[in-house]
Design a protein. Structure first.
Length: 366
């Protein structure tokens, strides 16, 4: 027996015209009778956008306390409220059956979850899944790089906001840069390709290192993406530290020849190339050049909440359906129903000083 889907308030269902995100004002949904049907292999929202990419958080816990991601003193979820690894697998199976072909395992820090490799091995064996990828802070990669490669992980993204050990520790509060650097080397040794660094851009904190970080990426044959800071969680001072992708690109263009690239990794990054290097330099711009009109993804929290949009509060709770029956019929229907609350877009720019989304990034999944 399926459990009725639990939908939170839908106050964000229709954005006020003055808050319509830049780039979406002229967006015309591609809606036909066929796009409104959810046949096997198809998951389409009410604006005609096909969902092919899921970000699955398997824990809210982390061995870092990054200032832009969580509070210094965090209260983590009790074990009973977190999806079991078996439940995570069931959710993934249903999504793949509905046409999702890319799955990113996130956290928190996913590799601190006990027996995470058990789950990752099974995710890697799902028929129809083209890309199993992982986002990590890199602290555990020295131990897990080889098992992840064997499990079928295609690519790894590693958070790296500074190459200065003291600054790195200040940003992460408790992190050890040397562990991350050893992890990056371990990933290279076992043969991962297109490993990417993720750098959150923060004015007055790490903006003087952007050039050094690109040099580091090129020297180690890594891609790098610079990410605009997002207003998630009650963290003060974001309006002062925000720096746009365009400003960073201008800084880098004084040191590198940047050539626009049409390459697409299946996510929101826009890429540039620099001659003589295989490294790609990407920018993820939820403020200045939002990507809502082509959004192809949803997020699942460690609690089993399905967030159709990172920048809104509307969510569907999959956990009751998961625990009501071993049959996935209810879960499948809950996922399909959630397409009705995927909004037109987010409005991050309006929220820098007073975020409407009070959950921390670590709770939603990086």
């Amino acid at each position: 027996m399926s459990v009725a889907i639990e939908l939170s308030a839908m106050q964000n269902e229709t954005l006020r015209p003055e808050l319509t995100p830049v780039g979406l004002a002229d967006f015309t949904p591609n809606i036909t009778q066929s796009t409104l049907k959810h046949s096997d292999g198809t998951l389409v929202d009410k604006y005609g956008r096909r969902i092919t990419y899921v970000r699955l958080s398997i824990t809210d816990r982390c061995d870092f306390r990054c200032t832009y991601c969580m509070a210094e003193e965090m209260t983590f979820l009790p074990r009973s409220e977190v999806m079991s690894l078996e439940e995570c697998l069931r959710v993934a199976e249903v999504f793949v059956g509905l046409g999702v072909n890319k799955l990113r395992v996130t956290g928190g820090e996913p590799l601190v979850r006990k027996d995470a490799t058990w789950l990752i091995e099974r995710l890697g064996a799902l028929p129809g899944l083209d890309a199993l990828v992982l986002t990590t802070n890199g602290s555990q990669l020295d131990r897990f790089a080889a098992p992840l490669k064997a499990a079928g992980v295609k690519r790894i993204n590693i958070s790296l906001d500074s190459l200065n050990p003291e600054r790195f520790r200040k940003i992460t509060r408790i992190g050890d840069l040397s562990k991350v650097l050893h992890g990056i080397e371990a990933v290279r040794k076992v043969g991962f390709q297109r490993t990417k660094l993720n750098t959150v851009m923060m004015r007055g904190i790490n903006d003087d290192e952007f050039v050094d970080l690109v040099h580091f990426a090129i020297a180690h044959e890594l891609d790098i993406s610079f990410i605009e800071e997002m207003p998630l969680g009650e963290i003060q001072g974001r309006a002062n530290t925000y720096i746009s992708s365009e400003e960073t690109r201008q800084i880098l263009s004084r040191h590198f020849e940047l050539i626009p690239s049409a390459e697409n990794s299946g996510g929101p990054a826009r890429y540039w190339r620099t001659p003589g290097s295989e490294s790609r330099i990407g920018f993820i711009s939820p403020h200045s050049h939002n990507f809502c009109d082509t959004c192809n993804r949803v997020r699942i929290t460690a609690k089993g909440e399905l967030y159709p949009c990172l920048g809104q509060n509307d969510a569907s709770n999959l956990l009751p359906s998961l625990r009501a029956s071993d049959d996935n019929t209810g879960v499948r229907q809950a996922i399909i129903d959630s397409m009705g609350i995927k909004p037109f877009g987010h409005d991050f720019t309006q929220q820098m000083n007073a975020p409407q989304v009070v959950r921390f990034m670590s709770m939603t999944g990086g």
